[in-house]
Write a protein that binds this ligand. Sequence first.
Ligand SMILES: [Zn+2]
Length: 214
Amino acid sequence: MNIILLGPPGAGKGTQAQRLVERHGLKQLSTGDMLRAAVKAGTPVGLQAKAVMEAGQLVSDEIVSALIGDELDAMGAGTGAIFDGYPRTAAQAESLDAILASRGRQLDHVIELEVNEDALVARITGRYTCATCGKGYHDTFEKPKVEGTCDKCGGHEFKRRPDDNEETVRTRMAEYRAKTAPILPIYEARGIVSRVDGMADMDAVTASIEAILA
Ligand SMILES: [Zn+2]
């Protein structure tokens, strides 16, 4: 089983990917992680990538394809892959098909965790934590029992993360749409795209994903 998992920041993609790894023995292939590991290990592809990056250039699709191929070979035929952050372009989608096909694999599912942008803004911008014990709260969904006092430790100071603001959330959503726009139609034409409500409870999201894979 080989899948692509898509979802904007805040949709819980990391948690769901982790659960897929645990439940199905899949391996998560993040191109950024693979690149760093190959450079560190000094593999032939890693050395090539290092030279390109040191020259201030972007790593080519050929290098990324070689990295993915190496990783799939190391995993063995019995282990499925979750692709994370790849492909981003039609050309990369085509390369991925070729990489998989040459190893007797195919892409089975593209699963997108969908979010409602306005609801996501409300969810993220409303959150804050106790400065003393770190307990999480939310302006709308989880207020302290006594206003201004932490339920857990009685502290009175709270803090918000600077990037939990509307502009950042909307920018990230726009970036996400721009990144996935080139590849979703390709997979939609093949009938392998499924969408799951990423705003639902985490366990409900997992159950929906399991139903798709079943
Ligand atoms: Zn506290």
